[in-house]
Design a protein around this ligand. Structure first.
Ligand code: SAH
Length: 346
C-alpha cells in the first residue's frame, strides 16, 4: 500500500534543515539525519542512534524511508550477480554486478521498463511504467557495492547506466542520483568511473554538454545508416543520425570527452560492407571508440549474431583506420543478466 507520508529522501539537505527549524529544533539536526540517510544508508528512523527518541518519533510521524529491497539475488557461474529489486510500490527492476579481475562494475536501471522500442532488447517488451527516483537509482548502487565487498572483497569501482530504461528520458533523476553517488556525503565516487549509455536523444545530449557533466557517454549505435537503424530501433525515425551526429559534435566540443559506441553485428542486418563503411564515416566525426557487443538472443531467433568473419571484418576495418575497438563478451548469460536480457523473467 502506498503511504501518504512523504519520502524523506526526496528532500534536499536544505529542506531537511528547514523542517527541523520549523519544528523548533536546530538546523544542525537536519545534517545529522541527512548523514544517516545517505552516508550511513539507514533503512529506519529507529536505527538513528544519536537522534533523540522524540525526534525519531517526529520523523516517523511525518516521513517514510522508501528503501529498495533486494528480493532475489542470482549468481552466475562467472561471478556475475543479478538483483531483482523491489520498489516501494511493488514494481521490480533489475541491476547487475559484473566482476573482472581488476574491477567491479554495477549495471543499474533508470526506469521501470523502457519507453523505447529497440526490437532486439527484452526490456522494450515491458513498456515504460515509470521513472525511477534518484534514491531508487542510488540504492541499487549501494546494494551492489555491499555485494562487491561481501563476495569479491573490494568496493565497487565503476557504474554503467545500461540496465533497464533509457537514462536520458529520466535525465533529472539520473543527474540527481549521480550527484549523490559522487558527493562525499554519498559514495564519493569519481564521475570518470560512471558511464551513461543512451540510444541517442540529441536534445538531452546537448543539455548534458551545457550542464558540463563529468561522467562518460556511451551511445548504442548499432547502425550508422538511417534506414537500417530505424528498422531495428524505430525511434530513430524521430532522432535521425544527422541530429545525433550534431549533438555528439556539440558534446565533444564542450566536454572533450571521448564517446563510446556500442554496436552489435547481426546476420543479414548490418553485416555488409556498406554497413562497415557507414560506421567508419560516423566514427570520423568525433573522437570515439567502438565496443562490439556479443548478441544475447532474447527469443525466436529473428535476430542472430553475425558470423565470426563478419565481425573480424568490422575489427580490421576499424583498426586499420586507427579506431580503438573492443570486443565485449557477454557476462551472466546463464541467469539472464547480460545486455538486453533484463526483463523481470522471474
Ligand atoms: N537505453 C540505454 C541503456 C540500456 S541498453 C541504451 O540504449 O544505451 C544497454 C546496451 O545493451 C545497449 O547498448 C543496447 O543496445 C544493448 N542491448 C540491448 N539488447 C541487447 C541484446 N539482446 N544483446 C546484446 N546487447 C543488447
Amino acid at each position: 500500500m502506498k503511504s501518504k507520508k512523504k519520502d524523506i529522501r526526496a528532500l534536499t539537505k536544505e529542506q531537511l534543515r528547514k523542517f527541523f527549524v520549523e519544528s523548533g529544533d536546530k538546523a544542525f539536526r537536519g545534517n545529522q539525519v541527512y548523514e544517516w540517510l545517505w552516508s550511513k544508508g539507514a533503512h529506519s528512523f529507529e536505527s538513528m542512534t544519536n537522534i533523540s527518541k522524540a525526534t525519531r518519533q517526529l520523523l516517523e510521524d511525518n516521513f517514510v524511508i522508501n528503501h529498495i529491497r533486494v528480493d532475489q539475488m542470482q549468481r552466475s557461474t562467472d561471478g556475475t550477480i543479478k538483483n531483482a529489486v523491489r520498489l516501494h510500490d511493488g514494481l521490480v527492476v533489475e541491476s547487475v554486478l559484473i566482476p573482472t579481475p581488476t574491477r567491479t562494475t554495477a549495471c543499474v536501471s533508470s526506469q521501470v521498463g523502457c519507453s523505447l522500442d529497440c526490437r532486439f532488447c527484452a526490456t522494450s517488451r515491458l513498456k515504460r511504467m515509470r521513472n525511477l527516483n534518484p534514491d531508487e537509482i542510488y540504492d541499487q548502487v549501494v546494494a551492489i557495492d555491499n555485494e562487491s565487498r561481501l563476495y569479491h572483497n573490494r568496493p565497487l569501482s565503476n557504474i554503467v547506466f545500461m540496465g533497464m530504461g533509457e537514462p536520458l528520458m529520466n535525465y533529472n533523476n539520473v543527474i540527481k542520483a549521480i550527484d549523490k553517488i559522487t558527493s562525499l556525503e554519498g559514495l564519493g565516487m569519481s564521475p570518470k568511473r560512471i558511464t551513461v549509455s543512451t540510444s541517442g536523444v540529441p536534445k538531452i545530449i546537448k543539455k548534458m554538454a551545457d550542464d558540463e557533466v563529468r561522467f562518460k557517454l556511451a551511445v548504442s549505435l548499432h547502425s550508422a545508416i538511417d534506414e537500417v537503424r530505424t528498422g531495428i530501433m524505430p525511434f530513430n525515425e524521430n532522432f535521425p543520425l544527422t541530429d545525433l551526429k550534431e549533438a555528439l559534435e556539440y558534446w565533444y566540443e564542450k566536454t572533450r570527452s571521448r564517446i563510446t559506441y556500442e554496436y552489435v553485428v547481426w546476420k543479414g542486418i548490418n553485416d555488409r560492407k556498406e554497413d562497415i563503411n557507414a560506421l567508419l564515416k560516423f566514427c570520423s566525426y568525433v573522437p570515439c571508440k567502438v565496443n562490439l557487443i556479443e548478441y544475447n538472443p532474447i527469443d525466436d531467433g529473428e535476430f542472430q549474431q553475425a558470423s565470426d568473419s563478419a565481425i573480424e571484418q568490422y575489427i580490421s576495418a576499424l583498426e586499420s583506420r586507427g579506431f580503438v575497438v573492443n570486443v565485449r563478451r557477454s557476462r551472466g548469460k546463464d541467469i539472464d543478466a547480460a545486455c538486453g536480457q533484463l526483463a523481470n523473467k522471474s
